[in-house]
Design a protein. Structure first.
Length: 400
């Protein structure tokens, strides 16, 4: 017998009938309690709640049993009584009884039938309530866990924001600016820019596979690595920052060593102020950066494999002269998931057209691409721009 529904209360003022029914029920394996009056039954129900009540009472006495109004006491009532009127049976059923058995009980199979039918419903109701309670408790724990996770993610976001370089920063007469819009609190997109010496500046734009906390951890690795390489360059102990392909190989080595199962697409470039030349390498980054000058835009040329996949990759080094008043715009591949276009080439053309026409800054660029009103992003989106400052552009023009 299931312990979900096995308590039965017998109410009968006739001792012989009460004992006969209770003995039968006990022999069947039920937990049975007996009382002779409704008053005793009410007191007993305050201490323990039966699942089923067999009672020899009238329809007027049914309302004295508080089981109907109590949600915590969903016991069903079966009247076991003598009657010569069908109206009495109907009256009891209308008053709240679940069934009616006529005395004297000669065939206890009718009792068994009633018990099985009613207790099956009660067991199901109890199971549903228990599952509902467990679900509520689980939801509370889940909600608490989500709140804690959200707090951790927000704290992680603050750390990640502090790792990013200053927006709208001028280095060697060139203006660097960026925006990152994560799909979650934390972003797998990362970038940095800084001066290497008196006339060279380095920038890189990284897009870690996936997004969220695990991808954000790789951005911490990138920041830590570049800080170490900057110190090494200053001490003349390593010059891996001086050439883009060497930098990508070092990042590749670090990723394989951590065994995180993550790879990164990176574009890294070095701008030489002296000869206005961009030297760059591509670590699988897509879409390629866009170079704009005099209202015309083009994608930079080049190719290369993603970083963190193979132990000994080769990266090519490319060079590009930078015209007066140039601007370089770099997007993460998340941009391709939100802009419209039937095919990839159409989206690339749209990017090129928007960048060509939009010269007012990153915020305006975001608006032109329709990113202002999108909060639920499928992937992180980051944008980096590099260009002549107005003063340096005028200076170059005068020198020419």
């Amino acid at each position: 017998m299931s312990n979900l529904a096995d308590r039965i209360l017998v109410i009968d003022h006739q001792k012989e009938d009460r004992l006969r029914l209770s003995d039968y029920l006990i022999a069947k394996g039920y937990l049975v309690q007996t009382v002779s009056t409704i008053q005793q039954a009410v007191l007993l129900m305050d201490e323990s709640s039966p699942d089923l009540i067999f009672a020899d009472i009238s329809n007027d006495e049914i309302k004295k049993i508080p089981f109907i109004e109590r949600d915590t006491f969903p016991a069903s009532l079966v009247i076991v009584s003598e009657t010569k009127s069908a109206g009495d049976v109907v009256a009891c059923l209308r008053a709240g009884a679940a069934d009616f058995i006529l005395k004297p009980v000669q065939d206890y199979s009718s009792v068994d039938h009633v018990i099985h039918r009613i207790l099956d419903k009660i067991r199901l109701a109890k199971l549903n309530r228990r599952l509902h309670k467990e679900l509520e408790e689980g939801n509370k724990k889940l909600s608490s866990g989500i709140q804690e996770l959200r707090a951790d993610q927000k704290a992680g976001l603050q750390v990640q924001l502090k790792m990013l370089p200053e927006a709208s920063k001028e280095i060697h007469g060139f203006c660097f600016d960026h925006r990152i819009k994560p799909s979650l609190y934390l972003s797998g997109d990362f970038l940095d820019y800084f001066n290497l010496d008196q006339h060279r500046s380095l920038f890189y734009f990284a897009d870690v596979s996936g997004h969220g906390a695990s991808s954000a951890f790789v951005t911490v690795l990138l920041k830590n690595l570049t800080m170490r390489l900057k110190r090494n360059l200053k001490r003349n102990s390593s010059d891996e920052l001086s050439c883009p392909d060497q930098f990508l190989r070092r990042v590749n080595q670090e990723l394989l060593t951590t065994d995180l199962g993550k790879h990164v697409t990176i574009f890294v470039g070095i701008i030489d102020k002296k000869n206005r030349e961009l030297t760059y390498s591509i670590g699988g980054h897509f879409p390629l950066p866009i170079l704009t000058s005099e209202g015309k835009s083009e994608y930079l040329e080049g190719k290369g494999m993603a970083v963190g996949l193979f132990p000994a990759p080769n990266f090519n080094v490319y060079k590009k002269n930078l015209p007066n008043g140039f601007k370089i715009t770099v997007f993460s591949d998340g941009i391709l998931e939100v802009i419209s276009g039937p095919a990839l080439k159409d989206k690339e053309k749209l990017l090129l057209d928007v960048v060509s026409q939009e010269q007012r800054g990153i915020e305006s660029l975001f608006s032109s691409l329709g990113l202002d009103g999108i909060d639920d992003l499928p992937d992180d989106i980051a944008v980096l721009t590099i260009g002549d400052t107005p003063e340096s552009a005028r200076s170059e023009s005068i020198d020419v």
